[in-house]
Design a binder for this molecule. Sequence first.
Ligand code: AMP
Ligand code: MG
Length: 482
Amino acid sequence: MKESGWQLEHSYAGLPDVFYKETQPETAEFPEIVLFNWNLAKSLGLDPRNLQLESSEVFSGNRIPDGGLPIAQAYAGHQFGNFTMLGDGRAILLGEQITPEGRRVDIQLKGAGRTVFSRMGDGRSPLGPMLREYIISEAMHALDIPSTRGLALVTTGEAVSRDRMLPGAVLTRVAASHLRVGTFEYAARLEDASHIRTLADYAMERHYPEIEVPDKYLKFLDAVIDRQAALISRWQLVGFIHGVMNTDNMTISGETIDYGPCAFMDMYDPETVFSSIDVNKRYRYRNQPGIAQWNLARLAETLLPLIHDDKEEAMKIAQASLGNFGKLYNNYWQSGMRRKIGLVGGEEIDDSLANELLDLMHQYKADFTKTFRMLSLDALEDMPLYATEAFKNWYERWQERLESQRLPVESAYEQMRSVNPAVIPRNHLVEEALDAAVENGDFTKASKLIEVLSSPFEDGHDRMFKEPPEDEERVHMTYCGT
Ligand code: AMP
Ligand code: MG
């Protein structure tokens, strides 16, 4: 057998054993590899040619790769505001691959069978949601937004029972780690009070090695707050709606994780919500920064005993850190929004220009992605928004501002084209690709979509990938698909 390049280590399994349970994946009867991420594999130090021989076996969970130690991780979380004990109910960590550059990344199988944390679930996953996660997480990565990634997608040849029988699949997910806010919530509730410190030390070493004493746990909290503020601003700036921002779906690393009922907004409307289970619109677009802050408060609570011996004092300190979230978020968002409209430096007028544009887009039901891209190309003719007096007035003031800055106008447009995508994973296209795969075993649409989404800032793509949906194509609801 030729070497496939696995360099698996198990630092997480070095934590006390309350943090995980060794778990063998269940076997799949007729595993077939349907998508494989060659570029990602190479960057992980895997040899795709040799790997190919074993790929469907390894990426279905039928065979443990060299050096693998399959475990399910324990965690808890606030789901829609309510605390629950959770854990990897349908995910199994094979180990941490050490890449040729020395990075450490989790290799996890999603949908490979039951674990001790499965509760009433079957540990399996239908193909649709796994394909959806593969497509959207790769699109996020190409948009330069921190995200877990899809390495491989295998159909199991077995049916999974949901509201009807559906083809089963296993997704191999690559992540900086799977440490979540929920992992800390779990640790903080363990009888042995030393576990939370052990976990915090581990997380710091893995994701924030630059942090030093004194006050390292407070610095850790501040660092996670900062990364999440940056991440959520990136979501808002591309119109991404996560859909299930439960604390178990928020990473410590600052990567986007768990692509359930997530979706990109077409028409700009801050109230947009897609998830069928989010009946109170808790996770609507407009709420995402506030929810992130709420989740970070749950993280802060777990760290209180490490921040100060006196509880009152610890709370005061943590409150001050949480209070910074808004400012950090606004700074990231504002500088991102300025880039989206080609402005450099920062002038008073910039924020009102940005906000007025958003208000107009909302009022005239303009497509979020297309509006910014057309502005970047200075090609607005075919947009209804452009015909309005209010927009023309805005446009004139914007042009004045562009011309008054040091940066040549042409360079400003170039900057805009590098941050305003021409293509995003539009819901109607994602649904179409999923439908072809699930109903007909046809992955050509999915593959094409993945290819297009890998270069989001190029204009050469077919028109159908760039245009917003027609009214009858519009997707109003997305499903969690567990
Ligand atoms: P998610 O909505 O994917 O973030 O999952 C929330 C929790 O439910 C996690 O603990 C999952 O492991 C668990 N879960 C989701 N789907 C299944 C399933 N089919 N079988 C067992 N556990 C599941
Ligand atoms: Mg989850």
